[in-house]
Structures are given as C-alpha cells and as structure tokens.
Design a protein around this ligand. Structure first.
Ligand SMILES: NC(=O)c1ccc[n+]([C@@H]2O[C@H](COP(=O)([O-])OP(=O)(O)OC[C@H]3O[C@@H](n4cnc5c(N)ncnc54)[C@H](O)[C@@H]3O)[C@@H](O)[C@H]2O)c1
Length: 324
C-alpha cells in the first residue's frame, strides 16, 4: 500500500516535492493544507486529494502515514508538535526553524517518539556528491570555500530577520550543511555582515545584504563561507573543497576536480534529481521497504546546521567568536 502523504504548506518548494512524489510509486498525495485556500485547492485538484485550511482537521481526518511540512522559516513549532503528537513521520524543509530553543525541543520530541524524519538538504543527495566522496576517500580536507551569492527571493517573509533569519540561515544553509557533510562538526564561528543596498532595494527589507564567516572544524579544517542577496541578474552558488593537492568544486548540478591526479579537470554532472532521491529514501523508510539510515539529513542532523547559521547571526551581531 502506498504511503499516504499530507502537506502543510503548498507554496513554492511544496511544488517541487509534489512533482517528485508524483514520480514515486509507493507515495500517494492525499491531503493539502495551506492558510491560502486557493493554493491548497489547486494542489488537491492536481493530485486528487482533499484541501484543508486547518492542519488539525487534516491530521485527524486524512488517515495520513507521513506529513511534508513546507512552511516559511518563522512558521514552525505548533505544526511539528501536532504532527509528533499524531505519531507521524515528517519531511520538513530547511531551515527547520529560526528559533533554536524551539528546534531543540522538536528534536527532543522526535527522538522520544522515535519518529522518522527527513530535511530538504537535497545537495547531500546529489550523485555528483557521491562521486566526490569516493574520489576524496579518506583524505583529510583542509579548507572549504562556500558561497551563496544571489538576489533577494520574492516571497514576502524573506526580507526580515524575524521571518526568514537572513541569508545565511535561509539559503546559504545549503552550503553550510554540505560543508558539515564533508568536513564534520563545526567548532567555532566568527561572522561579519554588510548593509549597502537594502534601502534602495525594497521597502521593509531589514536583512543584511552580504556577509562572510570563518569556521573552524573539530577535524582541524577551516572554512570561509560568504553570502549575498544584493545581486541582480548575477550569482554563484557552490562549495570548494581542498584536499591533498586537489580542489573540488560542487555547484547545484555538478562537481569538478582540478589538480592532484588529474591533468585536466574531471567533471561529473548529476544524472538524477536529488529531490526525487531524498523523497524516495524518506517514503521507503516510512513504508519499511528502505532503511531510515539512507536519509542523509534527519531532523537531529539538520539542527546542527541550524546552530551554525544562527551562530553566524549572533557573531555578526555581537562581534564575538561563538564556540559551538
Ligand atoms: N530545499 C530547497 O532548495 C528549497 C527551495 C525553496 C524553498 N525552500 C524552503 O521551503 C520553505 C518554504 O519556502 P517556499 O518557497 O515554499 O515559500 P512559499 O511562501 O512559496 O510557501 C509557503 C506556503 O506556506 C503557507 N503558509 C504560511 N504560513 C502558514 C501557516 N501558518 N499554516 C499553513 N500554511 C502556511 C503559505 O500560504 C505558502 O503557500 C522555506 O523554509 C524555504 O527555505 C527550500
């Protein structure tokens, strides 16, 4: 029997998961909840499920096996509580929250109930990342350079610290998380942010335009992660890893290795859609046909990436080095 999935939040990223789940044979989308009724109805009409504006009604009526929580960063807490109370596994989009204490509480409740969770850090599921891991083998990585340089997303909640957490927490979190995936745990964080375009850009925006952070890792490695949301019609997203005599660069679609054993750059493009892969692993873990261990970003691990990005915000605000 297919896993009966309900959505809380049916906006932009929910669309990506809907398209992915539509390709997954053992998943069935049956319920869609959004405070915007039209969005919930549009999704329900497309996939043949029921639309809701009240998540409590959905959780009690829809006989769900799993929930996709695709809400803006500020809108967390009560939804996770209700889903956990219902004993349901859930997949949640990054960033898992912007309130660290609330996310820690959610993580503790998930652990207490032994629930399967997945988080939308889909870069971990890119097959070029698998290739790179094999290429690096056990070689120590000494340096990582990460960047998420782009513009300001159009959704209203993105523009304010209190609703999005700013660029390090909201988008650059993918790069931070991937750095953790390769380099292990972060020991300390020092960050500085710059404000130079916000007044001219859009009304009501209060997040910083750019920032940079220095990280040290328990392994002894160091990293520099930079971010911008001030660009227009330009941008670059990626993570560079320095190991042995080589440098590897991962962007959203491919990985390239230069130097070391290679005379010419070696490049691998993704052959699979990482959103489909992460969703398939989650659904298989829920119906028991796959192992939860294949989920590369469970909630407890994503909490560690959240800690790093929120520490960047704290460091930029206070000027202090934050020890994690
Ligand atoms: N993994 C990725 O690459 C990726 C890409 C885009 C967005 N995201 C993440 O997904 C999350 C959502 O982003 P989005 O782009 O889909 O935003 P969005 O604004 O397009 O969609 C959010 C939806 O949630 C609904 N909503 C808001 N508050 C609600 C509430 N209290 N109860 C029920 N529904 C509510 C909104 O009406 C909207 O339809 C963000 O955390 C974002 O960072 C991840």
């Amino acid at each position: 029997m297919a896993v009966r999935v309900g959505f809380i939040g049916t906006g932009g990223i929910a669309g990506a998961h809907r398209r992915a789940l539509a390709q997954i044979a053992n998943a069935q989308m049956v319920a869609f909840c959004d405070t915007d009724e039209t969005r919930a109805q549009t999704a329900a009409a497309e996939h043949g499920g029921q639309a809701y504006t009240d998540y409590r009604a959905m959780l009690s009526d829809a006989a769900l096996d799993a929930v996709y929580i695709c809400l803006p960063p500020f809108a967390h807490g009560e939804y996770e509580d209700a889903v956990i109370d219902a004993g349901l596994p859930f997949f949640i989009e990054k960033p898992i929250d912007i309130d660290l204490a609330r996310a820690e509480r959610t993580a503790a409740r998930v652990a207490e109930r032994g629930l399967i969770t997945g988080v939308g850090y889909h870069w971990r599921h890119m097959d070029c990342v698998d290739w790179l891991q094999q290429e690096i083998g056990g070689a120590p990585i000494g340096l990582a350079l990460g960047y998420w340089l782009g513009g300001t997303p159009g959704v209203w909640w993105w523009r304010k610290w209190e609703t999005s957490g700013g660029q390090m927490v909201e988008q650059t979190t993918h790069v931070i998380d991937l750095a953790r995936y390769f380099l292990g745990e972060v020991k300390s964080v020092y960050a500085s942010y710059a404000y130079y375009r916000m007044a001219e850009k859009m009304e009501g925006l209060d997040v910083s335009d750019a920032g940079t952070a220095t990280l040290t890792f328990a392994s002894g490695a160091v990293a520099q992660i930079s971010t911008s949301c001030a660009l227009e019609r330009a941008g670059q997203v990626g993570l560079e890893l320095h190991y042995g005599g080589s440098v590897a660069t991962i962007d959203g679609n491919s990985a390239t290795i230069r130097g070391g054993a290679y005379d010419e750059p070696a490049r691998r493009e993704n052959q699979t859609n990482p959103t489909v892969v992460e969703d398939q692993f989650f659904i298989d873990a829920v119906d028991g046909s796959g192992s939860p261990e294949l989920i590369r970003s469970p909630y407890a691990d994503a909490l560690k990436s959240l800690r790093v990005s929120l520490a960047m915000n704290d460091s930029a605000r206070t000027g202090a080095v934050i020890e994690l």
